[in-house]
Design a protein around this ligand. Structure first.
Ligand SMILES: Cc1ncc(COP(=O)(O)O)c(C=O)c1O
Length: 483
């Protein structure tokens, strides 16, 4: 049988990656000379080691689809144009007719974990423990929401349920000191939809968007997909270093995580807050404040949102993904007045509105005080998880590591002083083959600057026993590498 039709005889993952790249080249998603994703980002996307990805590339190279030059990213070979390989491919499957948006989106690594083999000790950031979800309370609230609407099922307000917006107004005042009018609040399907709406509403292809370096990949990717050029501004323990803000010129928008920089954990200092707002005012630019885990603070008092430093400039974004569940897809935005109508129009075009039952269930939890009680409970259980993680890591690695971003949130970054950044993927692969999920920090940098290997550890989805056991097993793998 012709090997080019059969693909590699390696592992299932190698074959999957090989097939996916080959299909994208054949259908023209990647054209001749286009850069392909690096083996590092493909390893992340598919949850496999770099060796697995390299095997897929080797096969594509041997079949003439891909070329690699020393030290550069792999590119689509000149011999691999769709019309040469499959004369009918470009018209038969319609892929050539994809929009520029879709083509750009297809080139970005997917962050879906669907279908991935679960790991026994997974320090994946973003998941939270199912055991913490208030099942009975939520079930009751959902049933009540259904009963309210049982006589009429129709489309609702694109801005969101008035009951929830009213309830959130009170919650935001009590929890975050934000005073706003319910008319400024738009309910969205998680923060991700808020970021997507910001990109659609405020950014044109070719515009620059200021982002943090390192940055939340899903924020950077939303901007790339609309054709914007991200302008990364370096972050340290005080958050984004505003001395590095670019000249205003083509800048359309800025994205920050001021209360707990993702992923490094810094808190944007007061001076930098003022500088950022002044800069944004001078250019008439909006700043997205992604307050994704503002509920979780441990040894420090709550950090006021950036919103309080510049209400006319800041688009405040919150979510229940870290307090209730990311599966609910419920988030909210607080908008400056001129943006309310444009955002409601765009939200309606995107999906009419977010699910009414879930919105009203959340509203009733907030109104009854059950949401804030739950948040307090979550804060206590996260504090217990965090403390066992920090203690067991420090005991296991002592002076070999530096842990940053510990005062807030549901994750930390651990730098390994004697491991090299270029070995992160190999180490993550090794851990993965021992049923432990750890996630290289370099994936979140445009250009990594720290020569040490670093990993982002989420601890919110594991119980304390598994955290301790996971750390001890990880130590068994990493200790021999540091000598
Ligand atoms: C920086 C950041 N923003 C937002 C979110 C939450 O996203 P969503 O509300 O879409 O679930 C996350 C989740 O991991 C995050 O890390």
């Amino acid at each position: 049988m012709d090997q080019s039709k059969k693909g590699p005889r390696r592992t299932g993952a190698t074959r999957r990656i090989y097939m996916s790249l080959r299909e994208q080249i054949e259908s023209g998603v990647y054209g001749t000379g286009d850069k392909l994703p690096s083996s590092r980002s493909l390893a992340e996307e598919h949850g496999v080691s770099r060796t697995t990805v390299t095997a897929a590339f080797d096969q594509l190279i041997s079949e003439g689809y891909v070329e690699v030059r020393q030290g550069a990213k792999p590119i689509v070979a000149t011999t691999a144009s769709p019309s040469r390989l499959h004369p009918s491919a470009s018209t038969a499957n319609g892929a050539r007719r994809l929009s520029n948006y879709a083509m750009r989106a297809m080139r970005l690594p997917s962050h879906s974990t669907a279908g991935r083999k679960p790991l026994k000790f997974d320090f994946r950031y973003g998941d939270i423990a199912a055991a913490d979800f208030p099942k009975q309370v939520w079930k009751h609230a959902l049933t009540s929401a259904f009963m309210i609407h049982r006589d009429r099922l129709g489309y609702d307000n694109p801005a969101g349920s008035p009951i929830l917006r009213q309830a959130l107004q009170g919650y935001l005042w009590r929890a975050r000191g934000i005073r706003c009018n319910p008319s400024q609040i738009v309910i969205v399907n998680g923060s991700q939809q808020a970021l997507d709406l910001c990109a659609r509403t405020l950014v044109n292809p070719g515009d620059s968007v200021v982002i943090e370096e390192p940055c939340y990949a899903m924020a950077r990717n939303v901007m790339l997909a609309v054709g914007a050029s991200p302008v990364p501004v370096a972050c340290d323990h005080d958050g984004m270093d505003t001395a590095g803000l670019p000249d205003l010129g083509q800048v359309a928008l800025a994205y920050v995580t001021p209360s707990h920089q993702f992923p490094l954990g810094g808190v944007l200092s007061v001076g930098r807050r003022h500088r950022l707002i002044e800069w944004a005012k001078a250019g008439n630019i909006y700043v997205i404040e992604d307050d994704y885990d503002g509920e979780y603070r441990y040894d420090v008092s709550p950090i006021p949102p950036l919103y309080l430093s510049g209400q006319d400039q800041v688009i405040y974004v919150g979510t229940v993904s870290k307090t209730l569940s990311p599966t609910l897809r419920l988030g909210y935005m607080v908008l400056p007045a001129p943006l309310i109508d444009p955002f409601i129009h765009c939200k309606q075009l995107a999906d009419r509105h977010s699910s009414t039952y879930e919105q009203e269930a959340l509203a009733s939890l907030i109104e009854a005080g059950a949401y804030e009680r739950h948040v307090r409970k979550m804060r206590r259980s996260s504090a217990a998880r965090r403390s066992i993680f920090l203690r067991t890591m420090t005991d296991a690695f002592e002076k070999e590591i530096e842990i940053v971003g510990t005062s807030a949130g549901l994750h930390v970054v651990v730098w390994f002083n004697r491991l090299r950044a270029e070995d992160e993927e190999r180490i993550a692969g090794l851990a993965g083959s021992n049923d432990i999920g750890i996630y290289p920090i370099s994936r979140l940098f445009g250009t990594p600057t720290d020569p040490r290997a670093g990993f982002i550890f989420g601890y919110a989805s594991m119980d304390v026993k598994s955290i301790a056991e996971g750390v001890s097993r990880l130590a068994g793998i990493i200790r021999p590498l540091v000598g």
